[in-house]
Design a protein around this ligand. Structure first.
Ligand SMILES: *Cc1c(COP(=O)(O)O)cnc(C)c1O
Length: 485
């Protein structure tokens, strides 16, 4: 087992090769004939497969159909919000007036595009409860980095150069401490308490006049809404620090809570999670930052402003500078705009209600078979632990692999780091009850296997094109092309 029939067909490309078989027709010579380069510059043996056109078409189409995507299957990868994205948003982004404009075109000739960006800035400000928005950052981490530069500029402009520390909770996404460190800060970890909230005692003990601010994820990466959040913001502000909000996972609270109302000073959003661009796979993204008024003067440039009747690209007074090229990932911004406008306020609220409902449904149906480290209702995702299965030798990794045999992508595993054998499941708002039930049934089957016949789970997957990979090797030396063995 392990190599499927489909994979055999793909692997046998070289065996299908027949000397002299052609998949392309070379046009008749219509330029003067010339000599080949000298012999020592030519390779005689290239060992390329020789195939007919239908064979090569089938080869590549088969390969493409091995891709797993949100358009083919359920993708419960927690914190990544792998949800279905409406195709109308792609279609609008592809309109020639958007897709074919050139970044060097004069402002007067791209007023429509700038108007769209200006509206999007306003919409995101409204959604987050902030005053000004920069669309320049191209990823969540990029937004975090811009936010940290902004914190630095703010303290520096007040002559408060002693503040060199950024507090980061132990549940945070790895990009948070990385962004703070890249901006030159020292990262100080803050513990979570037994309920998964920020430990207020630990926070108090770490606050001082060396603290530039805190990076707080709302909802947290444990999928929880921290009821102490306002107190956390107050404590940090009283100590002279600022509060940064990681709003990558906004689909839990759209139309319900505005981070600006809770006390956050700067927040980033992941448009390529919540607002209709697929996340993952290294494609383009956008991580706009939304700020309260006192910080708008530091926003990255260019910023879109309406001056008289015209839309202009301007540099805010004390801008942290350009952090990327041109206007960021424009196509992603168009998709977000269309997504927000087609859903409207009620639609966005429904997104969150369904995302939260779906995650709590998964929680309720799996809680008897999987250990729930924080036993309370969750937001858009639920974090289980495979500790009960581990007693039979089955780890979170094995459960993830076994899910592949059921046709599901694996949840996020081993993150957040503070949960042993973590499995972070995010069903998103776009899945039907039937699909979620199928996934839950697969998880229940696997829990039973883990008890009765753990070797089945430990040996999985059995039905995928390749079986278990050496993950470290696969990441460091990816096998990307065919080579003769
Ligand atoms: C995805 C995510 C990020 C990082 O976003 P990128 O666009 O991948 O850089 C940061 N924080 C949280 C909580 C996330 O889920």
């Amino acid at each position: 087992m392990g190599v499927t029939a489909q994979d055999n067909k793909t692997r046998l490309l070289m065996d299908q090769s027949r000397s002299g078989r052609r998949g392309a027709t070379i046009p008749a010579l219509d330029v003067p004939r010339s000599d080949l380069p000298p012999d020592n510059m030519l390779r005689r043996e290239l060992d390329l497969p020789e195939l007919s056109e239908p064979e090569i078409i089938r080869y590549f189409i088969r390969l493409s159909s091995m891709n797993y995507s949100v358009d083919t299957n359920f993708y419960p990868l927690g914190s990544c919000t792998m949800k279905y994205n409406p195709k109308i948003n792609d279609e609008i982004a592809r309109l020639p007036g958007f897709a074919r404009i050139h970044p060097f075109q004069p402002e007067e000739t791209v007023q429509g595009a700038l108007e769209l960006l200006h509206h999007l800035q306003d919409l995101l400000a409204e959604i987050t409860g902030m005053d000004a928005v920069s669309l320049a950052p191209s990823a969540g981490a990029h937004g975090e980095f811009s936010g940290m530069l902004l914190f630095r500029s703010y303290h520096k402009s007040r002559g408060d150069v002693k503040r060199q520390q950024i507090l980061v909770p132990d549940s945070a996404h790895g990009t948070n401490p990385a962004s703070a460190a890249m901006a030159g800060f020292e990262v100080v970890e803050v513990q979570s308490d037994a309920e998964g909230n920020t430990d207020l005692e630990d926070l108090r003990s770490k606050l001082s006049d060396s603290v530039a601010g805190i990076m707080l994820t709302m909802p947290s990466t444990l999928g929880l809404f921290d009821p102490n959040v306002e107190e956390v913001c107050n404590l940090v502000h009283e100590a002279g620090g600022l509060v940064y909000g990681d709003g990558a996972n906004m689909n839990a609270i759209l139309g319900k809570v505005k981070l600006g109302d809770l006390g956050f000073d700067v927040v980033h959003l992941n448009l390529h999670k919540t607002f209709s661009t697929p996340h993952g796979g290294g494609g383009p993204g956008a991580g706009p930052i939304c700020v309260k008024e006192p910080f708008s003067r530091y926003l990255p440039k260019p910023h879109v402003e309406k001056i008289g009747e015209a839309y202009r690209l301007v540099a805010p007074e004390e801008s942290v500078g350009a952090i990327g090229s041109f206007l960021g990932n424009f196509g992603v911004l168009v998709r977000a705009f269309v997504y927000i406008r087609t859903l409207g306020a009620d639609g966005l609220r429904a997104v969150s209600e369904n995302a939260v409902l779906n995650a709590n449904y998964v929680l309720a149906r799996l809680r008897d078979k999987y250990f729930l480290p924080y036993d309370r209702s969750c937001m858009h995702e639920v974090v289980f632990s495979a500790n009960w299965q581990k007693r039979h030798g089955v780890k979170a990794l094995d459960i993830g692999k076994r899910l592949l045999d059921h046709g599901f992508y694996a949840p996020t595993i081993y993150f957040p780091l503070i949960v042993e054998e973590a499995m972070m499941i995010e069903p998103t708002e776009t899945e039907t009850l039937e699909t979620i039930d199928e996934f839950i049934d697969a998880m229940l089957d696997i829990a039973e296997e883990a008890e009765k016949d753990p070797d089945i789970v430990i040996g999985a997957p059995y039905t995928t094109p390749v079986i278990r990979l050496d993950e470290a090797l696969a990441a460091r030396q990816p096998d990307l092309r065919w080579t003769e063995r």
